[in-house]
Ligand binder design. Structure first.
Ligand code: F6P
Ligand code: MG
Length: 444
């Protein structure tokens, strides 16, 4: 089934000279895959490793090296291999393979450079998963797990600072003054957007925080959804925002979190990351003994994480799939759509159950760059296009708030002349993560 709605502009492709798509296909992806190979080499050199594990490790290394070769030499995207162990994702491989076959039969064979950047990049992570899922010892191995947890550990200061802030807010009690709530709303969205960096107004290229406030300010005990992006400090700040919504604001009684079910774009949250985040935050030894946190900070963090665990137990914080779901176990349409190669404009056609589910929400918050690319079809829209226009048939289906720091070429919602000014002043503005767009589109 071809993509049913097409934007009037080309999608990003690596074949486009000077595009970030090309840069990431040539440099970033091979580096990521080579990083996995290095990790497997280390695993194979451990003392206690069985013959069987070494053999599987070697096989993976060969297949990953082949993948790097294919991508560097702009080979055709090979159909994904359906394996004997494939008990889950009943048709997600078919979605990739049908698209590859459809292009082949219509005379435009998909290669690493000619396919859309979005399709090729999703294919890359799905293909890596295919290699792992067919093996006995590596079936539920997340090649990015160590990296995710190490980066989280290194964010101790930011974590303690937010735990302190939440404690101070909670000690003051639920605010009733609308101006205080409004200021807190803005502060929380900014934490969720920037993580532990602070940036001034000039770094917002489009800012709908106040427009969204007008949508939210009359809410009472509603459901919010967060389509998650990265693990580590980003997930932590999402949880802080959710905590503020449920504990301190009158607006929400439940926050539903949507993770990915396979290792995805390196850092994206999977159910095991969500679970581990709560576990390590409750473990006083996690941050080690170097520069130990003060007793009051430790207490603030403990109180906060105990509350989060209680919210998970009560369903106020709800992962969209069971929190104990193992990698390789099915999550169904509600979860698998997030790791399909499709722009979100395809949701109504390809994941109608997910669409129905999101329509129960009073605000669906999409985090990060990839979600933004999928919302806007990752196309070369003129930068003055409105967000409403760029999301095509998704417009008005449910209330959407996108929080995105810019890490790819697509960007909409800018004032006339802004892109040209930035091209002049800071040529990497589209991709260097220093700028952001906060975009809101209400339900019709
Ligand atoms: O560095 C490029 C990239 O992989 C983009 O393809 C992708 O959009 C982004 O990084 C991932 O960023 P985020 O985690 O914010 O979605
Ligand atoms: Mg990500």
């Amino acid at each position: 089934m071809p993509v049913s709605w097409q934007p009037p502009f080309e999608p990003s492709r690596a074949s486009q000279a000077h595009s970030f798509a090309r840069e990431s296909t040539i440099h970033r992806w091979p580096t990521i895959v080579t990083g996995i190979i290095d990790q497997l080499n280390k695993l194979n050199n451990r003392v206690h490793v069985t013959h069987d594990e070494v053999a599987e490790g070697k096989r993976l290394i060969e297949q990953l090296a082949k993948l790097v070769y294919e991508m560097r030499h702009d080979r055709a995207l090979a159909p994904l291999q359906v394996t004997g162990n494939r008990t889950t994702y009943p048709d997600d491989l078919d979605q990739y393979n049908d698209e590859i076959e459809h292009a082949e039969t219509s005379g435009s064979r998909l290669t690493w450079f000619s396919a859309s950047w979005l399709f090729a990049e999703c294919y890359l992570y799905r293909r890596i998963r295919c290699l792992f899922e067919q093996l006995k010892h590596f079936q539920s191995f997340d090649p990015f797990a160590q990296q995710k947890i190490d980066t989280f550990r290194s964010s101790k200061d930011g974590i303690m600072a937010l735990a302190r802030t939440m404690k101070q807010l909670i000690d003051k009690g639920r605010p009733t003054d609308k101006d205080v709530l409004h200021a807190d709303w803005v502060a929380m969205i900014e934490v969720c957007l920037w993580g532990n960096v602070e940036r001034g107004k000039e770094f917002f290229l489009h800012n709908d925080i106040n427009t969204t406030w007008n949508h939210v300010k009359t809410f009472s005990a509603e459901r919010f959804d967060i389509v998650l992006d990265n693990s580590g400090f980003e997930l932590f700040s999402d949880l802080v925002f959710a905590d503020w919504l449920v504990t301190l604001s009158p607006f929400a009684s439940q926050v539903v979190f949507h993770p990915k079910l396979i290792p995805w774009f390196v850092s994206d949250v999977q159910p095991h990351d969500f679970k581990l985040t709560l576990e390590v935050l409750a473990d006083s030894t996690f941050f080690g003994d170097d520069e130990p946190a003060s007793e009051s900070d430790k207490m603030a963090l403990k109180e906060m994480v105990t509350r989060w665990q209680k919210y998970v137990d009560e369903g106020k914080f709800k992962l969209a799939v069971p929190v104990d779901l193992k990698m390789g176990e099915g999550g169904g349409e509600l979860a698998d759509f997030w790791t399909s190669p499709w722009p979100f404009t395809e949701m109504g056609n390809r994941a109608p159950q997910l669409l129905k589910e999101l329509q129960k929400s009073s605000l669906v918050i999409f985090k990060g760059d990839l979600n933004y690319r999928k919302l806007t079809s990752d196309a070369w829209w003129p930068t003055t296009t409105s967000f409403d226009e760029a999301i095509g048939p998704l417009r008005g289906l449910f209330p959407i708030l996108s929080l995105r720091t810019c890490k790819a070429d697509v960007c909409v919602g800018l004032e006339p002349g802004k892109a040209e000014e930035l091209d002049e002043k800071e040529p990497k503005w589209r991709v260097n993560g220093k700028y952001a767009v906060v975009s809101f589109c209400p339900a019709a």
